[in-house]
Design a protein around this ligand. Structure first.
Ligand SMILES: Cc1ncc(COP(=O)(O)O)c(C=O)c1O
Length: 378
């Protein structure tokens, strides 16, 4: 079944008793047992809930995985993934990642005994050089990265991980399963901030983990049930509702983003545009070999920091706010917002300067968006 059809059918196959087209919200914390030792399949909503299960099954289908797990946020999902690794484990990580994920590693998991090496995961020699036999247990990548839009070769990462017997993990937030399905390319675990494109309306926090094997599913299921950071039934329903339109939202967002990236590229006040849909992007060939789209995130440098401030202050249709992936266009200043948790030295090494602005393009009329940017950049 084509992904567009799968998306529209999100949650539809699960309520055979009533035939409800929209998956009902099972707002129940617990479920009656028919008999001692018997269960309807649902006992307690931390363990499983019918509405959440419909969403989790949908995510597994979309990402072509074994099982999906829905969490209360992207950070809760990533927290669950890294509970897989015992103290002393070493993890290889893309050197440009979401600031909150960096904080999770440095502030929480480091004190619990995990070690992290932030490296250029687009370079196999660097990966090989930083691999510690017997100690490295996983490699974690974002592609494209947040916010510099760097590309990593997912096939190369999965082959490397298989050869070394370690787990490969990809954060697929920026591409969504509409454009990129890492498990099909051999990645073991996919994580998402569902708060972004999957939710799509800047109204619902959620996170997902999708596994490629029953062994990993069992472990993540145990972690999810034990630690309990699950998505509530109502929010699970909101996510099912949002997924139905993911494909058309992504198409419109991408169309708008391409036009805006080209506009920014030709503007004299903009010195560089980071957008994987450009043929001169260093990761273009790899990106197009593993993704069928470019998404809606564009980062760019203005000619000076005052200009970056002015753009953010002057936009009126585009909103200055800290998130991405919604139907509403948002503009962000990574240095003090999304990536504030990263020390300045590391920010600068990644390219997060005081001239960097990140744009999450929405589905508004393209002329309105360009006019808004034009007045803000003047
Ligand atoms: C790539 C990426 N991963 C994970 C997260 C964390 O997700 P959440 O904000 O839903 O906890 C974010 C949030 O911006 C993100 O951009």
């Amino acid at each position: 079944m084509n992904i567009d059809t799968l998306l529209v059918r999100s949650g539809m196959l699960h309520d055979s008793k009533t035939g409800a087209i929209s998956m009902p919200i099972y707002q129940s914390a617990t479920f009656a047992h028919p008999e001692i030792g018997m269960s309807t399949g649902f006992d307690y909503s931390r363990t499983s809930n019918p509405t959440r299960k419909a969403l989790e099954d949908t995510m597994a289908l979309l990402e072509k995985g074994d099982k999906g797990f829905a969490f209360s946020s992207g950070m809760a999902a990533l927290t669950a993934v890294f509970m897989l690794f015992p103290a002393g484990s070493h993890i290889l990580v893309s050197d440009d990642i979401y600031g909150g994920t960096y904080r999770l590693f440095e502030v929480i998991y480091k004190t619990l005994g995990l070690q992290f090496s932030y490296i250029d995961t687009s370079n196999i020699e660097t990966i090989e050089k930083n691999f510690k036999p017997g100690i490295t247990k996983a490699i974690f990548v974002e592609t494209p990265t947040n916010p510099m839009m760097k590309i990593t070769d997912l096939r190369l990462i999965s082959t490397f991980a298989q050869e070394k017997g370690i787990i490969s993990i990809a954060d697929n937030t920026f591409m969504t399963p509409c454009f990129q399905r890492p498990i099909e390319l051999g990645i073991n675990i996919v994580a998402h901030s569902g708060t972004k494109y999957l939710s799509g309306h800047n109204d619902t926090l959620s996170g997902f983990v999708i596994t490629d094997s029953p062994q990993l599913s069992e472990k993540i299921g145990m972690i999810q049930n034990t630690t309990g950071g699950v998505l509530a039934p109502f929010d699970s329903w909101l996510m099912l509702r949002s997924l139905k339109t993911l494909s058309i939202r992504m198409k419109k967002i991408e169309e708008n983003a391409h036009t805006i990236a080209s506009y920014l590229d030709s503007h004299t006040a903009v010195t560089q545009v980071f957008y994987p849909g450009f043929k001169n992007h260093p990761g273009y060939t790899i990106h197009t070999s593993q993704s069928s789209g470019n998404g809606g995130i564009i980062s760019f440098y203005t000619d000076n920091y005052q200009r970056a401030f002015d753009v953010i202050r002057k936009v009126s249709i585009i909103t200055f706010a800290e998130s991405l992936g919604g139907v509403e266009s948002l503009i962000t200043y990574p240095k003090t917002q999304t990536h504030a948790a990263i020390p300045e030295k590391i920010q600068l090494r990644s390219g997060i300067t005081d001239c960097l602005v990140r744009l999450s393009v929405g589905i508004e009329d393209i002329h309105d968006l360009i006019n808004d940017l034009n007045q803000a950049l003047s």
